[in-house]
Ligand binder design. Structure first.
Ligand code: PLP
Length: 399
């Protein structure tokens, strides 16, 4: 049977304490016990349904985690205070002193900086590779390798990972395949394609209103419990927990995710077609010219489209900056990092979200100065938006 991520979310039914249509918010950092023994058992992980302390978990966080696990089709999930708060304890739970991992070289700049600059201090080494070449990924695996790390659709170059192919490699060498699915929620379901762990920054499309940070790790119960262990769990001990007020608001926003993703994808596909026809170097997984168009198409849950992210090359940083400033002045979007807002957001990754990546490496991976990354908004009249963007491009000499 076809995997239906939005149905899985909608099939969950929770009520508030007094029959409220939304679950009650657990506005407490700590929880009482009627008997001292139950507290001890809870510490030992032997008292199901009891809560101890909200850094470990809270009812509100469990509700949100359940919805995200249903979306990805994993056994369970654990939410975190930010995307990085999900990524870093996942890497540190799997890898320790002397271990090695193979990572895509085009990933979110913060993850790249963590693997390049921070984890070597703990004796963890990373090989950064072109993730679209399975032979290159395989050649980078050595006897110390514990994990393959990638993004389904990479930030900012929109490279697409062949998740089935990577999962086969992970299986062959007994590694964990960890996939950050932030750019393609609902469209791609990495766990259904063989990924062991699926991560999201909830800050982006899933919450969708750019008002909060959040993250999640979706995986089997063994892995999630190991991360939450009070003895040696990286999530519990590093402490990037989510606050219950926030998790309840993200859960409410998640209920419209399927509608939003369809509109983001529809608008981005429309603009990508137009920009390409105008002769702009345009990257969008939905375009036939995208090198991994076929792989995305094979992996996707069709009804959600190819996502809301696209890039164009404006030719130079000066032109990119002039275009972004003019588009903002005309209220076509905001010059801002991040993604998944109702309004279009644009930035030049080389000088913003990927600035952690040294310049020579940016050149090698094709991250040019004039690259503009767009997170396309929910505009009701995308034809009008295109006409106005086209006029801006002409005015600043991009077209
Ligand atoms: N993963 C991807 C693909 C991202 O784009 C980002 C942030 O931009 C993150 C993870 C980090 O998430 P957060 O900013 O919520 O920590």
């Amino acid at each position: 049977m076809k995997f239906k991520p939005a149905n899985n979310i909608q099939d969950l039914q929770y009520f508030g304490e007094f029959g409220g249509v939304n679950p009650s918010i657990s506005d407490s950092s700590t929880y009482t016990f009627l008997e001292a023994k139950t507290m001890f058992d809870t510490f030992e992980g032997n008292a199901d349904g009891c809560y101890l302390y909200s850094r470990h978990t809270s009812p509100s966080n469990l509700y949100l985690g359940e919805a995200l696990a249903a979306m990805e089709g994993t056994e369970t999930a654990n939410v975190a205070g930010s995307g990085m708060g999900a990524i870093t304890p996942t890497i540190l739970q799997i890898c320790g002193q002397g271990d090695h991992l193979v990572s895509s070289r085009t990933i979110y700049g913060g993850t790249y900086a963590f693997l390049k600059n921070f984890t070597p201090r703990m004796g963890i080494e990373t090989s950064f590779v072109d993730i679209t070449k399975l032979d290159v990924v395989e050649a980078a695996i050595n006897e110390h390798t514990k994990m393959i790390y990638c993004e389904s659709v990479s930030n900012p170059l929109l490279e697409v990972a062949d998740i089935k192919g990577l999962a086969a490699l992970a299986k062959k060498y007994n590694l964990k395949l960890v996939v950050d699915n932030t750019f393609s929620p609902l469209s791609i379901s990495p766990a259904q394609l063989g990924a062991d762990v699926v991560i999201h920054s909830l800050t982006k499309f899933i919450n969708g209103s750019s008002d909060t940070m959040g993250g999640v790790v979706c995986a089997d119960a063994d892995f999630i419990n190991s991360q939450k262990s009070v003895i040696d769990g990286a999530s519990m001990l590093l402490g990037a927990s989510m606050d219950s007020l926030r998790s309840s608001s993200i859960l409410k926003n998640m209920r419209t995710l399927h509608i939003r993703m369809k509109q983001h994808s529809k608008n981005a596909a429309y603009l990508a077609d137009k920009f390409e026809a105008d002769g702009l170097k345009t990257v969008y997984p939905g375009l036939k010219s995208h090198p991994s168009h076929k792989i995305f198409t094979e992996m996707m849950n069709e009804e959600y489209g190819y996502g809301g992210m696209l890039t164009i090359d404006a030719g130079s940083l000066e032109k990119a900056n002039a275009l972004m400033e003019l588009m903002q002045e005309r209220n076509l979007g905001y010059l801002a990092v991040s993604l998944g807002f109702y309004k279009t957001l644009f930035s030049a990754p080389g000088t913003s979200t990927s600035s952690e990546i040294p310049e020579e490496e940016q050149v090698e991976m094709g991250l040019t100065d004039g690259l503009i990354r767009f997170s396309i908004g929910l505009d009701n009249d995308i034809e009008r938006t295109y006409e106005m963007m086209h006029a801006c491009m002409k005015e600043v000499g991009v077209l």
